[in-house]
Design a protein around this ligand. Structure first.
Ligand code: ARG
Length: 565
């Protein structure tokens, strides 16, 4: 890695000066001045009783003394008031790009392999998927792909919400309407759920009845089980269709109900460790810690009527996952509003001793908002279902440019995905964002269509020429050319950062900037009809590598490339 390489060299200099300074190098915040910089002189001015600039001068001197024939940098300079600026040499840049091009995964060193379970998607059956479900699927799929890219064994689980109160409500509604099990359809479910949910808010008696049905279902009541199986089957097919459209794929289709066989074991273990307490007839687990600034309430493990809750099934699921897979890491992708739940859950895991072997992570995401800053709704005021959102996106894209109407249906679906996914993934997942289809569908700006258009445009040049695999080590021809090469060098740093922070947005923004560089390069440097063969080969090499990066990074964002647009 470039930064580490520079740090190593610099550390030798600092050590030989007997400075107790750590060589921490960062990407330059003014790329027009240099490529990397060292800001460490300021913090040591006091200790060394010197001005920062004196220190930086001394370091640069020593650097030149230790590395007299340095080929890595065209300049290592001390700059006022005390920075050290590093500018890479053409030889270094081109050698690095060649390695990137010839080795697998751009020659990036990967961490030790781990087994990771990633729990994302998390839809509740019997309720249609709506815009609120987008982020878990899109962000989760991307994080899964990034983890896989880094060589881990990753298992994705959809973790259906299939045993909660909504099932009791739907079963109640089906029975009231005399709908026999074999006649249940997705349309019926979509009609009944909102009605029952509203009714339960109005009538306490109905609510209690639905809670009772849910409890009996959880206890294994045969008739309710039959309803449940059918609802899960029908709803599952519908959910699968949506995820297929989004190119989101799960290895496991488990749900909360699958955790029930493990609950007795959890209870036993909790009792053995004396962790279960009774409060108003309910069983709870205290998870507060002395150092907490905000009070963390106990996890409710079992309600007074005997029913189990969200935390209980999550604990059961952890038992199940340990038995089946023995993972090193379990990652949950949900709305940020579930942060407290996961904090409680992970603390129980700590008490049970799981955290010694397994790392637990909750990766939260923000809300998809409308232009009014409130959760996104259709013009009619309802939360849009995903399949209608896809249709609307396609329409907006088709109408944004008459040429789009010549695209194949398959390519249009690819564009719908690109529009929705790139709009989402460019935002830090923890932040809310405003859903603006017109803006997202444009071919200019930070959009999915822009990235795809750039790729296809470059691809059409490359198709006509054959790119070389060797570069002339010494030459870079102009500013746009150098900027693009430097951007390509940044890939490793970016990918690693995106991986360690679990933020696909880092990658999405890099991809956009790379495309801006590719376009600037392309506008300035015309390749067709170029006489200078060396220059031509060098440029083809760079464009080819650029497109290779775009293609692979798009896969990590689960965005496909259309044939034509
Ligand atoms: N079904 C849940 C919801 O709708 C999300 C499930 C997330 N996964 C988990 N293991 N708790 O909010």
């Amino acid at each position: 890695m470039i930064i580490e390489y520079i740090e190593e060299k610099l550390q030798k200099v600092l050590d030989s000066l007997d400075f107790d300074i750590k060589a921490k190098v960062v990407v330059s915040n003014r790329r027009e001045l240099c490529d990397y910089q060292f800001d460490g002189c300021f913090a040591y001015a006091k200790t060394l009783h010197k001005a920062p600039f004196e220190i930086s001068e001394e370091i640069v001197h020593k650097y030149q003394e230790l590395y007299p024939n340095d080929e890595d940098f065209s300049q290592v300079a001390s700059a006022k008031p005390g920075f050290i600026n590093f500018t890479l040499s053409n030889t270094f840049i081109n050698r690095y790009l060649e390695e990137m091009n010839s080795k697998e995964k751009f020659n990036i060193k990967m961490p030790a392999k781990k087994k990771i379970i990633i729990d994302y998607g998390g839809p509740n059956i019997a309720k249609p998927l709506h815009v609120g479900h987008l982020r878990s699927a899109i962000v989760g799929e991307s994080i899964k792909r990034i983890l896989k890219y880094f060589g881990h064994k990753v298992i994705g689980d959809v973790h259906l919400g299939d045993y909660g109160l909504q099932i009791g409500q739907v079963i109640y509604g089906l029975q009231q309407a005399n709908i026999p099990i074999e006649k249940i359809t997705i349309e019926i479910l979509e009609d009944i759920y909102p009605k029952m949910s509203a009714l339960c808010k109005e009538e306490e008696q109905v609510k209690e009845k639905c809670a009772e049905i849910t409890k009996n279902l959880q206890d294994g009541n045969e008739e309710y089980q039959k309803y449940f199986q059918k609802i899960r089957e029908i709803s599952g097919q519908d959910i699968l269709k949506i995820y297929d459209y989004l190119d989101v794929h799960f290895d496991l289709w488990y749900g909360e109900s699958d955790a029930y066989p493990y609950i007795d074991k959890v209870t036993e273990e909790l009792k053995k460790k004396n962790l279960l307490m009774t409060s108003n007839g309910a069983k709870i687990i205290d998870v507060a810690k002395k150092e907490d600034e905000l009070e963390i309430p106990p996890m409710i493990y079992q309600k007074s009527n005997g029913a189990y809750l969200y935390g209980t099934t999550d604990l059961g699921t952890i038992y199940e996952r340990i038995e089946d897979f023995n993972p090193d890491n379990i990652i949950y992708i949900t709305d940020m509003r579930q942060s407290l739940h996961f904090k409680q859950l992970f603390r129980v895991c700590e008490k049970l001793g799981f955290t010694q072997k397994i790392t637990f992570e909750h990766l939260g995401f923000g809300t998809v908002n409308g232009s009014d800053g409130k959760p996104f709704k259709t013009r009619a005021g309802s939360v849009p279902k995903l399949d209608s959102l896809f249709k609307e996106t396609k329409n907006v894209f088709l109408n944004s440019n008459s040429k789009n109407q010549d695209m194949s249906e398959e390519d249009l679906d690819i564009l719908v995905n690109a529009i929705i996914k790139f709009a989402d993934l460019q935002n830090n997942r923890e932040k809310d964002y405003i859903f603006d289809l017109n803006k997202f569908s444009e071919v200019v700006g930070k959009t999915g269509p822009y990235i795809l258009y750039t790729y296809l445009r470059i691809e059409s040049i490359l198709e006509k020429e054959t790119a070389n695999i060797k570069l002339d080590q010494k030459e870079i021809f102009n500013k746009e050319d150098r900027n693009l090469r430097i951007k390509l060098l940044d890939l490793e740093n970016t990918l690693k950062y995106s991986y360690s922070t679990r933020l696909p947005s880092i990658l999405a923004n890099y991809l956009y900037e790379l495309c801006v560089n590719m376009n600037a390069f392309y506008e300035k440097n015309h390749i067709n009809n170029l006489e200078d063969q060396k220059k031509k080969e060098s440029w083809l090499f760079v464009l080819n590598l650029g497109n290779k990066v775009i293609k692979e990074m798009l896969t990590l964002l689960s965005i496909k490339i259309p044939k034509k647009m």
